[in-house]
Design a protein around this ligand. Structure first.
Ligand SMILES: Nc1ncnc2c1ncn2[C@@H]1O[C@H](COP(=O)(O)OP(=O)(O)OP(=O)(O)O)[C@@H](O)[C@H]1O
Length: 269
């Protein structure tokens, strides 16, 4: 069964316990649709507290991988462990406990269009925590501050927000339950360079101050250069390479070379 993004955001959550050094470990994942295999025997480890940038050509399966980790797509083989718990053997309660500790910013924001920004931020709180309306308002105010949105934005509908504000509001909702891990799908796409740089700084600050682990799908070379501790490259249905930007600059795979050392990349130096 596949969940829609809106259903996913409404999934019930509970706190959980033990951890490992890897916040996320993927082993031997295979995902396909009909006869088409998108990911095959893919491995990936994400370390606690790092900002991991995930790149790859269009259509290589970056979103499919993220959605598979989140349980929105079915896998044909492999294991996914989050916070040291194998998701395929976790029962419903354990799974909810794990999900309680991650937040997601989908590519288009996926805010509920009929709810105000404040109400959007309160969706996870309302469904998973038993808090008074006053406390939920205070928490929403804090989350807005955290992502650099003014209080004026609280009562606006998503349709009244700029692209940058939508990204920030979506991030505020992703942070609603104080997650340990956030998944960001192209967080700076559609933003002008100044807003994108500001969003990058915000993510870097949140990661260092809150100890957040960040899994970020991106095409943005500036983000990769400015905030990512490591970069993973998806290609040939698997993680082709993973390492620092320096490692990528030395890699001789033709796609990696043209991505990191091609004309466009060199123009930014
Ligand atoms: N639900 C689905 N059913 C069938 N095919 C799908 C489905 N979801 C994704 N695909 C296919 O999987 C492939 C990978 O798609 P995906 O969206 O993960 O690419 P991507 O790497 O995120 O690309 P981009 O960088 O352009 O966003 C594409 O060929 C896409 O058409």
């Amino acid at each position: 069964m596949s969940l829609t993004e809106a259903e996913y955001i409404r999934t019930e959550v509970e706190p959980t316990g033990d951890d490992t050094d890897y916040v996320l470990s993927v082993r031997g994942i295979t995902v396909g649709f009909g006869n088409k295999i998108i990911l095959q025997d893919l491995d990936l480890d994400v370390h606690r507290g790092e900002v991991l940038g995930f790149v790859g050509g269009s259509g290589t399966g970056k979103s499919v991988l993220m959605r598979t980790i989140l349980g929105l797509n079915q896998k044909r083989a492999g294991e996914i462990s989050v916070f040291g718990h194998d998701l395929s053997t976790a029962n419903d309660i354990e799974r909810k406990s794990i999900e309680r500790r991650w937040g997601v910013l989908f590519q288009q924001g996926a805010l509920f269009s009929s709810l105000t920004v404040k109400q959007n931020i309160q969706v996870p709180m309302r469904e998973h925590l038993k808090l008074s309306p006053q406390l939920m308002d205070e928490l929403a105010t804090l989350k807005l501050e955290l992502v650099g949105l003014s209080q004026d934005a609280a009562d606006k509908l998503p349709s009244e927000l700029s692209g940058g504000m939508i990204k920030r509001a979506s991030l505020a909702r992703a942070l609603a339950l104080d997650p340990d891990l956030v998944f960001l799908d192209e967080p700076t796409s559609g933003l002008d360079p100044i807003s994108a740089a500001a969003f990058d700084s915000l993510i870097a600050n949140l990661s260092s101050t809150l100890g957040l682990t960040v899994y970020m799908v991106t095409h943005d070379l500036d983000s990769l250069h400015s905030i990512c501790d490591r970069i993973a490259v998806l290609g040939k249905k698997r993680v082709l390479a993973i390492g620092t930007l320096d490692d990528m600059m030395k890699n001789d795979d033709s796609w990696i070379k043209s991505y990191f050392r091609g004309e466009r990349a060199l123009r930014r130096v």
